[in-house]
Design a protein around this ligand. Structure first.
Ligand SMILES: [Zn+2]
Ligand SMILES: [Zn+2]
Length: 572
């Protein structure tokens, strides 16, 4: 639970200070969004969303709270998007119109992915998308912004450099390093060598993998191993991976073509992403390398590579449907090999297990990143060794860890302390924390006030932050079900016209609980008649609340469950 916040906080204007507010992504993985404010100008970096979790049943997505920006729309000069992953672009269709649709700056591929998503929301005003490349400098209000390229898992990822009068504010977005055995490549040396003669005032950096030691597996190594497997595989090879691992997806297609194999693509997000890079010319293959699932039977299994979504065991994704025989075109056979080129996102362990069970029941052989003796997956986020190297290269004065749960941010603080950044120069933020660089760049402070940070939810067609009751109800319904009581009473005397009706769902099996129900009926009758005795006119709300209390208490005593009790009274 977030800490209690004072709703009546009056946030002072920033004056001559530089203000930084992380609106999301610093108490969770996902919904990354921050703002930098100086005098009359606000720059926003990233606009992600987060998928629902166990705390928000039935909700589609969770968004950062943008109230602070909504109240200061006229100061927003631009939104910078670091790359095309949903935890950085997912919020755009829901948030941009709330904050006045300011110009969006990003690189080419990201801009196309944003546009493609936006097409699904035809009622929205068109976005003002402006493409920047890494050598560009743009001016937003009185601030200048430059870019640099970073290694991640999707092409066109970029870092952001904001020039302020007191030094640079730098944030790389999601980042890892390309390296050989822990020695970053020449390209990385060159990219980050640029900071040697710069005065970096503040660094905000990814903390996703900070508690992993050393250097993460370079993606190049994964490509090399996939090349070997694709070359030598006997039978059909089905590769499950994330559509967001776009660099790897492109590489797999290229390798397949190299060995004269055909690629079948399964899953909407995978198809979409491949279509984007093909249209852009970022990926070029012969016209018959990618084939449809119906063309598959024209080729021997040894020549077929299937790229599929659903390596996380997602119920409706292609791989799961293949595994449980509900896929229209695919039947898994004992000659198939399924390669799961992804790690398991925490929380998905059980569904991945189920997926593997189903696949082995069909006789498929499974190669998983834990069972494989070569690397077939790597992360998009640098381990502690890479982050340390980056801190040393960037040489910031102040540091704010972002992208991670509170624990990861605090591990990142330890890392920063270990390389000599003084404690007073580091702030671990919460969502909505108001952080300022004051005294012309000399001090780094967190204000006692906070920007609104309760989460916003996308629930079907509505977006809002006042749905705690709805969520609480859904949790209650999911856990203990619902118990509806319908009583018709004589509106004058308060006597019951007939025995009360009871409708129970998700609570007890009614046919086997007749004792419980007839006991409940007696309590209902007694409650109504006691409450309405000598009451004229009858206060229906009062009767209902007594009914809910008494029946709820009785059911809890008998079953240790707390179904949602809904009394309905008909006065006749
Ligand atoms: Zn990313
Ligand atoms: Zn991310």
């Amino acid at each position: 639970m977030p800490r209690a916040r004072k709703p009546d906080d009056i946030i002072p204007p920033p004056g001559d200070n530089i203000r930084i507010i992380p609106l999301g992504g610093v108490e969770e993985i996902g919904k990354n969004m921050s703002l930098i404010e100086y005098k009359d100008d606000i720059i926003v970096v990233d606009m992600g969303f987060q998928f629902k979790d166990d705390d928000t049943p039935g909700v589609d997505y969770i968004l950062p709270n943008t109230k602070y920006l909504e109240d200061r729309k006229d100061k927003i000069r631009g939104v910078l998007i670091t790359h095309g992953h949903l935890d950085h672009i997912g919020g755009i269709p829901y948030i941009m119109n709330r904050i006045g649709n300011p110009p969006l700056y990003t690189r080419n591929l990201t801009s196309i992915m944003i546009r493609k998503r936006q097409d699904e929301f035809p009622h929205l005003a068109p976005l003002d998308l402006r493409i920047v490349e890494k050598e560009d400098t743009i001016t937003l209000g009185k601030l200048k912004v430059r870019f640099f390229s970073v290694s991640h898992t999707i092409p066109d990822s970029m870092g952001v450099i904001i020039e302020t009068p007191y030094g640079l504010i730098v944030t790389p977005g999601d980042i890892k390093l390309d390296h050989d055995d822990g020695i970053p490549t020449e390209a990385e040396e060159k990219e980050f060598g640029r900071f040697k003669n710069e005065k970096v005032l503040l660094l905000m950096m990814d903390s996703t993998n900070v508690d992993e030691p050393g250097f993460s597996t370079p993606e190049r190594l994964v490509h090399k191993n996939l090349d070997e497997i694709i070359k030598n595989i006997k039978g059909r090879l089905i590769i499950g991976t994330f559509a967001s691992q776009l660099e790897r997806v492109m590489k797999i297609i290229m390798i397949a073509e190299k060995y004269g194999k055909k690629v079948v693509v399964e899953g909407r997000s995978m198809k979409n992403n491949i279509e984007v890079v093909l249209n852009m010319g970022m990926l070029t293959v012969k016209p018959d390398t990618i084939i449809t699932s119906t063309e598959m039977e024209n080729y021997p299994p040894d020549r077929i590579i299937v790229l599929a979504t659903g390596a996380q065991g997602d119920e409706f994704a292609a791989l799961m449907r293949m595994s449980n025989k509900t896929h229209k075109f695919f039947k898994i056979t004992p000659r198939d090999t399924v390669l799961l080129s992804s790690s398991i996102i925490p929380g998905n362990e059980r569904s991945v297990q189920k997926l593997k069970d189903n696949l082995t029941r069909q006789g498929a052989k499974i190669i998983h990143y834990r069972t494989s003796d070569v690397y077939i997956h790597s992360t998009g986020h640098g381990n502690s060794g890479e982050l340390k190297w980056l801190h040393n290269k960037i040489g910031e004065k102040f540091f704010m860890p972002i992208h991670g749960n509170h624990y990861m941010l605090s591990v990142h603080e330890d890392l920063a302390l270990s390389i000599g950044i003084p404690k007073e120069n580091i702030i671990i933020p919460d969502n909505g924390a108001i952080i300022e660089i004051q005294n012309e760049g000399k001090t780094f402070v967190r204000l006692p006030q906070e920007a609104p940070s309760n989460i916003m939810m996308v629930d079907g067609f509505s977006i809002g932050d006042v749905q705690e009751m709805v969520i609480r109800d859904r949790k209650m319904l999911a856990q203990d079900g619902i118990f509806v009581i319908v009583v018709s009473i004589n509106a004058k005397t308060g006597k019951l016209k007939k025995s009360p009706d009871i409708i129970a769902r998700g609570f007890v099996y009614v046919r086997e609980s007749q004792d419980l129900l007839s006991h409940a009926r007696m309590i209902i009758k007694k409650t109504v008649e006691d409450t309405t005795h000598n009451m004229n006119p009858i206060n229906f709300d009062f009767v209902k609340s007594n009914l809910a209390d008494n029946v709820g208490r009785f059911l809890f005593q008998k079953t240790a469950k707390k179904p949602m009790v809904i009394p309905v009274i008909l006065g006749v």
